[in-house]
Design a protein around this ligand. Structure first.
Ligand SMILES: Cc1ncc(COP(=O)(O)O)c(C=O)c1O
Length: 478
């Protein structure tokens, strides 16, 4: 990036030994690529504007070289060392993990934190006078504090630990929803939703007689906001939308959506399962009443996730499951419940993995969410024109504003065949409906191939995938 005088804020990058590097070719912007015209052949004359550069070395690995930019460099190869699984070989090739939208890999600090919990702290929480109960309670509640800080909640009391985004949405549907939704009320979702943000509302609507309304999308996979405005009315009780589409990568304008819903008097829920890993989140600036996400998509363990609820709304939400931990007093005639969040955490929760989620958040905070977002954007900009240029490939989901997902179909092959062919070369991508059948059907498809990126991925890995796709295209039966 150049300063006001046109000078770089950093010393010029050395290009010795990297003349073959793809970053030294002109890369069209996502907008250009996603326009109907095919992107032009790369030329080698222009210097790209990216701040980070992969440079192949003689060892076959790649070392980072930095382009002039106002941002500090992001050393992906140092980051990769933090993830033991990235050294795995699959079918004789180094693993390429491009299935990050399904789940992410875990840094050593998370693995070690869980081990430390079981070696030194393991106990049930909140219930005993002994030392280990105090340690495990402290660790668990500290994780809640970390989550609250990470997403900008007003206090840790607004953070409820659940199994994941799916359980979080079900919790809200079965508690707030059952209390507040009646026959004739309307719930608005979007066409982009994961099944986790469709099915719980269908179940609630069937139970209550409420109606489900859907914000439509255009052919690029962008929400039609004018249609959304027309759907809102005084019958709208809830608007529940995804922040990032898991099938297409579309980033939705959640602030606008929430603000409009609030003007109509509706409660709002944002499904942050696919946004939390890729961008910094401030729930207060988004403004939604509820926000949910899963720990395992944020480099944390499986089986732990979060419901954020504004404290003023949580006070009035009835409990979901009954049992230990969530009560303040029980007689055989009646029970009194804890205030939030304890009221929503019946039974023994996933203590160790909550602690592991705290460690995952501290890890990404050390890297910096803004640096992560910039680097991943650059990976997507690198991958998009190259995948689009493979013969017979059609990108699916071409919104201008996207995060880390590149869905496509390929002439002559079912998505699952492409997935298997890539797996033979050690490259893990998802192929299928991605638990988002309505949006794929809206675009005339039952399945796509879906590479999805995280900050430990590299341009060299994208090159490997593109080369494998080129080989497949060359063998195409059609
Ligand atoms: C957008 C979105 N919402 C919800 C979920 C459900 O997450 P989980 O299976 O972790 O509960 C996913 C998982 O892929 C998702 O991508």
């Amino acid at each position: 990036m150049a300063d006001a005088a046109g000078q770089s804020a950093h010393p010029p990058v050395s290009t010795s030994g990297i003349h073959n590097d793809p970053f030294l070719t002109a890369i069209p912007s996502l907008r250009e690529v996603l326009s109907p015209q095919r992107f032009p052949e790369p030329t080698s004359s222009a210097t790209p504007s990216f701040y980070f550069l992969d440079a192949p070395t003689s060892t076959g690995t790649t070392a980072p070289t930095y382009l002039p930019d106002a941002h500090p460099p992001f050393d992906v190869y140092a980051v990769r060392n933090d993830f033991p699984i990235l050294r795995e070989q699959v079918n004789g090739h180094p693993l390429v993990w491009f299935d990050n939208a399904a789940t992410t890999q875990k840094p050593r600090s998370v693995i070690e934190r869980i081990t430390r919990f079981y070696e030194h702290e393991n106990s049930n929480i909140h219930r005993a006078a002994h030392e280990l109960a105090a340690r495990s309670t402290d660790a668990y509640e500290q994780a809640r504090d970390i989550v609250a800080r990470f997403i900008g909640a007003s206090s840790a009391e607004e953070i409820i630990f659940v199994r994941g985004a799916t359980e979080g949405i079900n919790l809200i549907a079965q508690t707030w929803g059952r209390k507040n939704i009646r026959a004739g009320d309307e719930i608005i979702i979007s066409h982009l939703e994961h099944h986790a943000n469709i099915v719980p509302w269908q179940m609630l609507a069937a139970e209550t007689g409420a109606q489900l309304k859907v914000i439509p999308v255009d052919d690029n996979g962008e929400l039609l906001l004018g249609e959304y405005t027309r759907l809102l009315s005084d019958r709208t009780k809830l608007v529940s939308v995804t922040h990032v589409s898991n099938a297409l990568g579309t980033i939705t304008p959640v602030r606008e959506i929430v603000a409009e819903a609030q003007r109509a008097g509706a409660v709002t829920l944002v499904d942050g399962a696919q946004s939390v890993p890729h961008t910094s989140i401030d729930v207060r600036s988004i403004g939604a009443d509820f926000f949910v996400f899963s720990g395992h998509k944020l480099f944390g363990p499986t089986g732990i996730g979060v419901v954020y609820g504004k404290s003023e709304i949580l006070q009035d939400v009835p409990p979901w499951q009954g049992g230990g931990n969530m009560i303040s007093d029980v007689t055989l005639e009646r029970s009194l419940f804890q205030p939030p969040p304890g009221r929503f955490e019946a039974g023994t929760g996933n203590i160790a993995d909550a602690v592991g989620l705290g460690a995952a958040i501290e890890y990404v905070e050390r890297l910096g969410m803004d640096a992560i977002a910039r680097y991943e954007h650059h990976l997507l900009e690198y991958a998009t024109p190259r995948v689009a240029a493979v013969r017979g490939v059609r990108l699916v989901g071409t919104a201008a504003d996207k995060a880390s997902v590149l869905s496509f179909v390929m002439d002559g092959y079912e998505p699952i065949e492409v997935g298997r062919a890539l797996n033979e070369q050690g490259i893990a991508v998802r192929a299928g409906h991605h638990c988002a059948q309505p949006i794929l059907r809206r675009l005339g498809l039952e399945a796509t191939v879906r590479p999805s990126f995280a900050f430990y991925n590299t341009c060299a890995e994208i090159d490997r995938m593109v080369a494998a796709l080129d080989q497949l295209a060359a063998r195409s039966p059609r």
